[in-house]
Ligand binder design. Sequence first.
Ligand SMILES: [Mn+2]
Length: 281
Amino acid sequence: MISKSHFLENIHEVSTVLKKEKAVIIEDNELLACGDLHGDLQSLNYAFKLRDELGIKKIAFLGDFIDRGSHQIEVLQSLIERKIQEPNNVILIRGNHEETTICSNYGFLTELKKAKMEDLFPEIEQLFGELPVFLHLKNYAVMAHGGIPLEKNRVVQLDEIKKIPGNIGYDHSYSMECMWNDPVEAWYSPDQLPQDPIIISPRYSLANCFTKSQVKEFTEDWGVKFLIRAHVSLPEGYKWYNDRVLSIFSSASSFYKGFNRTYAECRFDTPPIIHQNPGKT
Ligand SMILES: [Mn+2]
């Protein structure tokens, strides 16, 4: 673990990098996508090793870096260092755990206290507010921690998400939904799919579930084939909810012992290629 003063310097340095980014990252290079880490440092290190082996420059982390696992501070420190070293190649997307209420209750604040670093918490909270919430990989996929935002019977369009200012805070409804929403198939079996125009998320009353047809509308409008997202813990490491929605999960930290840490290689001439980490927990 790095020293507190070095960590604080890095937080300030990465903040100047993140302030230049918009809420939506627009990317036209092939990349490796990584799902929830939840304090799994081994998974983070493996993701970079895999990127290098595959000869890909870019790597995107789809949120939930912290909480629950045993190396939360190290994971956050390492991601910040990597972002400083390679600001254009490392993409950090905000998850619902990169937020004050959640990370005060699910482990991160406790870890900071144990490490006698809790006075850095306000700086870290501010940093979380500067993270982008959405990634548009041109002609291929849109990516977010949760998924696409919805509003009053309609799918919020990508250009509306793009208008979310930097330093968004957690309360902006579109950004909050990007972090929290789920595919409806994650909660309901095929014969029990609700028909309501808006399906409230069973996990959070301010979030929604998006349907296959809503994803189709969104992805077709923007000329992409897939929605790649994280947010659901999957022992098998990944799941296709329909032919457009891929969910990946990359943590096998103490809380997710035995899970398959999974990453998605995004090459333009093929659907996402699944890779799994051979390391066992
Ligand atoms: Mn999540």
